[in-house]
Each structure stands twice: as C-alpha cells, then as structure tokens.
Design a binder for this molecule. Structure first.
Ligand SMILES: *Cc1c(COP(=O)(O)O)cnc(C)c1O
Length: 457
C-alpha cells in the first residue's frame, strides 16, 4: 500500500510552500512560481503532477544511471528490508551486504584499492577523507602536512568540510568557509579562460598552478590534492589532455595524496568504471556516491588505497569517525544489485562503444547552431556553451539569463537539462536508447531555435 496520499498538484504546491525548505533554492522566488511536482518515473522519463512526460537528461542529480523503475533494485531493497533492515558496522560488527559491497567495489576499482569506508552521501565521504588524510600524515610522523589543495569552482558536496573543499565562492561567502587548511587553485576551464593559450598549453599551465601553490604554502605542509576527473556541477569542465598527466607528476614529485572525487564519474559514466581509469591517474582516495546505487537509496563511501589503509590499520588505533548509516544494509543491497545490473547489461561498455559515441556525435552537431560556442562530451557527460557571437565567442549580457531561458524552454519541450550560467549540461541515464538520444538532441536543437528568437527579439 502506498504511504503517500493522493492530492492535487495545487495542494502539493501549497503544502510545499508552507512547510518545505528546499536545498540550493531561493525560496522567495520559488514561492512566486511554485514547485514542479514530480510524481513518478519510468525508464529515462520523469512525469510531473500534470502528467507531462520529461526526458531526464540529468539522471536525477547525476545518479539514476540504471534508469527508473528497475525491478532488480526494488526486489533487492524489499528482500533486504525483510532480512535485516538495519544494523550498524560499529562495535566490531558487520553484515553481509556491507561486506559484499566493499568486496565488489574493490574488485572493479584500480589495483591500489582494496578497502572501502562507507558513508551516506558524497559530502560525508569527503568529510571522511579530510579526517583520514590528516590522520594518515599524523601517523606518518608529519603532522605539519594538513593542507588540502582543491580548485576554484569545484563541487565536493555541502557539509562544512565538503563545501570548504569545493571552490564555489557564493557557498563560501554565506557561511564563513573554507575551514582552515584548505586552499584553492585554478580549474582547467579552457573555454572560460582568455583563450590566449592553446588548450594543451592551458592544461599544462593550470596543472602547474598546483605546483606553484605547493611551493607557496610549503611542500611539507601539503597533505593532498582533491579534484573531480571532470568537474560536474561547475559546468562539465573537461580538462585538456595535458592536464591530468602533469597533475599526477606533481603529486608524485611532492609525495602528495591524490583524491579523485568520483561521485559523478564513478560506476561507468565516462565509459570506464572510474574517471581515474579514463584519465589513467593513480589516486590514493576515491570518494563515490550517486551512481553506486543509481540513486535508489542514499549511500556513499571512500575507496582507500593500500598506501593509506595499511598505515591506518597497522598504526592507527581507533579511527574516531563513522556514521550511523555507514554501510546501511538496504542501501548496500541496492548498490550490489545496481552494480550487477550494470555488469549484466554491459552498460559501461555500452557507453564506451555504443550510446556514448552515438550521443557524442549528435551533441557535436549542436555546435553548428549559431548560439553554440563550444560542445564537449565524454561518455555520457556533456556540455555546450551558449554564446551571443559564434565568431568572437562573446557571451550574452548576464541580465538576459540566456542559460536559464534555454533550460526553462527545454523543459516545456519535455527535456530536462541544467544551466550553469550560460553553460548547458547533461548526464542522461546509461540505458538511454538511440531513439531517446535522438529525441533529446532534436528537442535541444528546436529549443536553441526558440531561445535564439527570444534572446534576440
Ligand atoms: C554531488 C557531488 C558530491 C556530493 O554528494 P552528496 O551525495 O550530494 O553529498 C560530491 N562530489 C561531487 C563531484 C558531486 O558531484
């Protein structure tokens, strides 16, 4: 029996306005137009309370990779709820789902990873990493090494530590962040630069800003560098080819731990199991969340390399950290079923060899539109840049809100993507069919036409 009452859209909107504070939302402006109420979903489509069908080009929030309505995941949750709905992994206990999932995840991860610490979300996973990184260097007899370097415009979550690791200025400003010991360097966003360097030169130059920062703060004070393989929330920023090899060289040279934030890129999105596989980096930590359970239940965690885990285990004593829901059995059972589903349906290979290249080609063709200044897509993670002039790549006036105009028109046409300023981003489910990819791109083109008319009217 459904636990949720049936109400009209208006009733939901009214209750929502009265009682519900939303994440990352300007409530005053929301209350003027009311929320879009999403009531159900199936495959790659979500449905709102008016019955409108919308192709979910964002996989929820980059997470519903297996698509909606997957019976395998529903069955896994139901069975685990009956068997053991909750037990903790504290006090020298464990249960089969957490053990099984840890072992499965290390199995598909790069060879330096053999151990997993569970959390409830990506933000919590990054909090865990701040604690573990600093504990590691204490145990190594270098307690001066507590500084973590991150990047401007990075997104690593929204807890105090994760938002500090992130590089979003408005988030920092609102709450007196970052916490001490976290500093930021440039992001490898070539399109957003003055473009006086070639992409390859720019990739090297931004990687070297990490080295400069290390020298500035003192190499023996730096604990780690954290980065998303491809920046997601910042606008799907694909680094130039020269970037990651140089970052890896710098981390190696200064003995700095590399944290590859795989919350979006993990579990197949780039056509490899992890972003580290795609860019051939050798991270010491990989936080994950989102796609591990296809978002069906909240779960995150941290893959911890042997370099760190061996020290924690051998010399660490008790690590005073963990969450009530670290390794929640039902969330773990769903994640296990989700990884099996991805394996059984060869979804990672499908992104690499089939739907990835298929959508990428169509996406590139959007670059022919006069409003589009740049397109990029790796695996099923893409972006394009709305510009006023294709020749000079000049942007529209900020006040015109070109990205938001496009996004709002697109959703009317039945496709959901996100706007980061005037950068439009997408990350559709892995099960997207060719016909659905066609639909997504055709509607995008039509919306570009409508947007152009509106913005130049
Ligand atoms: C979403 C995200 C997070 C935070 O995950 P939550 O589950 O929302 O806490 C961390 N890192 C990256 C790269 C993300 O995209």
């Amino acid at each position: 029996m459904a636990a949720i009452e049936k109400r009209s859209r208006e009733d939901w909107q009214e209750l929502d306005k009265e009682h519900h504070l939303h994440p990352f939302t300007d409530h005053k402006s929301l209350h003027q137009k009311r929320s879009r109420i999403i009531t159900r979903a199936d495959g790659v489509y979500i449905y709102d309370a008016d019955g409108n069908r919308i192709l979910d080009g964002m996989s929820g929030l980059w997470c519903v990779n297996a698509g909606y309505g997957r019976q395998e995941l529903i069955d896994a949750a139901t069975a685990q709820m009956k068997e053991l709905p909750y037990y903790n992994n504290f006090f020298q206990c464990a249960h089969p789902p957490s053990i099984e999932l840890a072992s499965m995840i290390q199995d598909i991860s790069p060879p330096q990873f053999n151990r997993v610490f569970f959390a409830g979300s990506g933000s919590e996973s990054n909090d865990t990493i701040v604690r573990m990184v600093r504990t590691y260097w204490d145990l190594m007899g270098q307690p001066g090494r507590h500084t973590i370097i991150s990047r401007h415009n990075a997104y690593h979550g929204s807890t105090v530590a994760a938002a500090s690791l992130g590089g979003m200025k408005p988030m920092h400003k609102q709450s007196g962040l970052p916490i001490p010991g976290i500093v930021h360097v440039d992001q490898p966003y070539w399109f957003g630069s003055d473009r006086s360097l070639s992409p390859d030169e720019f990739g090297l130059a931004t990687a070297r800003s990490l080295e400069e920062k290390i020298k500035e703060v003192g190499p023996d004070t730096v604990a780690a560098f954290i980065a998303e393989p491809i920046q997601g929330a910042g606008g799907v920023i694909v680094p130039p080819d020269t970037y990651w090899p140089e970052v890896q060289r710098i981390c190696d040279e200064y003995g700095i731990l590399l944290i590859s934030d795989e919350v979006i890129t993990g579990f197949g999105r780039l056509g490899e199991w992890f972003g580290a596989d795609y860019f051939q980096t050798r991270p010491d930590f990989m936080p994950f969340a989102k796609g591990v359970s296809s978002g069906y239940l909240p779960i995150g965690g941290v893959l911890v390399s042997d370099r760190v885990a061996d020290v924690l285990i051998e010399k660490g004593g008790e690590f005073f950290h963990g969450y009530t829901y670290s390794g929640h059995p039902v969330a773990c059972a769903v994640a296990i079923a989700n990884i099996k589903l991805i394996q059984n349906e060869n979804l990672v290979e499908r992104i690499k060899n089939d739907i990835g290249p298929y959508l990428q080609e169509k996406w590139r063709a959007l670059g022919e539109h006069p409003l589009v200044g740049d397109t990029r897509m790796v695996g099923l993670m893409g972006a394009f840049e709305i510009v006023k002039s294709k020749e000079t790549l000049q942007r529209f006036d900020k006040k015109q809100g070109a990205g938001a105009v496009f996004r709002d028109t697109l959703i009317e046409d039945g496709v959901c993507m996100r706007a980061v300023g005037d950068t439009i981003i997408c990350a559709p489910p892995f099960v997207l069919s060719h016909a659905e990819a066609d639909e997504m791109v055709e509607k995008t083109w039509n919306t570009l036409e409508r947007t152009q008319k509106e913005l130049t009217a």
